[in-house]
Design a protein around this ligand. Structure first.
Ligand SMILES: [Mn+2]
Length: 328
């Protein structure tokens, strides 16, 4: 399905559009933003109109890399677009603005779904390109451009490399393939600003966040399955004490993951709709994807999440118990 031919078709449908609305999942990460803006700049570079629509704010550290999106749109404005593209969005529930971006509404339109999540259920009526074996949606765009022999415009290189570096944990995760490295090299050759990306993504942590993380690790870290599972519930009052927003901190879970002997890291925190559970595994023999799906969540096999309807204590017991079964 994801043959070079299919990539070529994707390039063709993008090139045939005129006025494109690009959107992605809520709480956009570096890949969601990188693929949104990489695509926007590409389309603009070919003389088209392209607008990125992100309801709500983006995380602080991304503001240095990504600017120029809209957060509000009226039905009238919405209707002026001839093409709608979602990037990095695995299912309709993850769209931020359901009243306009309802999947039923989109299926009536020329809607294109470009994603790299295996379980993608956007099921567009017009064109789907879902490549579960590609590490990031940004890399998928690079593959599309390369298949169509399109020279990637310089302005696209930095956002796309940001996306690639985000979803591969800066090329540390097992989704990093030889192709990933080659595609990153293409972006560097096209002028991607590596230093700018690294400084924004990895060396820009606010001091209150560092202090919050230290106290979380000192007082709230727990272990199960003989140290192979590390987890922590973030007490709302701790976040409040440091005026810290968990949504700002994609990398928080890595503090648990980086511990020697830990295979699965998990964070739990209070969010809208229940207790949010975020899980990472560093061994494909112990995937967290099935556990997330068991609790009606989703994601990738080694990075997944869910929302638990119940108390933090109940969530902790239920999910730790399910994760521990992986080691039995
Ligand atoms: Mn992604």
């Amino acid at each position: 399905m994801n043959s070079p031919n299919r990539m070529l078709q994707a390039a063709k449908v993008l090139q045939e559009s005129e006025k494109v609305l690009i959107f992605t999942h809520q709480r956009p990460d570096g890949d969601a933003l990188g693929s949104s803006f990489g695509l926007k700049y590409f389309l603009e570079n070919t003389g088209k109109t392209a607008v990125v629509f992100i309801p709500g704010a983006i995380p602080h550290r991304h503001t240095k890399l990504f600017a120029g999106f809209i957060s509000e749109i009226t039905q009238e404005e919405f209707n002026t677009f001839d093409t709608f593209v979602s990037v990095d969005c695995a299912n309709p529930d993850r769209l931020g603005k359901p009243e306009l971006l309802s999947i039923d509404e989109l299926r009536q339109k020329r809607y294109i779904n470009i994603d790299h999540h295996k379980g993608n259920s956007m099921e567009s009526g017009f064109f789907n390109l879902v490549s579960g074996e590609t590490a990031s949606c940004s890399e998928l765009l690079v593959k599309i451009f390369c298949a169509a022999k399109i020279e990637i415009p310089e302005i696209c290189a930095t956002p796309l490399l940001t996306g690639m570096m985000t979803d591969t944990g800066c090329f540390r995760f097992s989704n990093t393939s030889a192709d990933t490295m080659r595609n990153a090299a293409i972006l560097l050759e096209r002028g991607a600003e590596l230093e700018k990306i690294v400084n924004a993504l990895f060396f820009s942590k606010p001091l209150n966040q560092v202090r919050f993380e230290n106290e979380l690790m000192r007082d709230h870290l727990k272990f199960a399955a003989e140290g192979r599972i590390a987890y922590a519930f973030i007490p709302p009052e701790l976040a409040k004490k440091y005026d810290f927003n968990i949504k700002e901190d994609e990398g928080l879970i890595d503090l648990l993951r980086e511990i020697d002997g830990v295979v699965i890291a998990m964070l739990l925190y209070t969010g809208p709709g229940g207790i949010k559970i975020s899980m990472r595994s560093k061994d494909s023999a112990f995937p967290v994807g099935p556990v997330a799906r068991f609790f009606n969540g989703g994601g990738h096999e080694l990075a997944a999440g869910a929302t638990f309807d119940g108390s933090a204590g109940e969530a902790e017991i239920a999910v730790v118990d399910k994760l521990a079964q992986l080691f039995e």
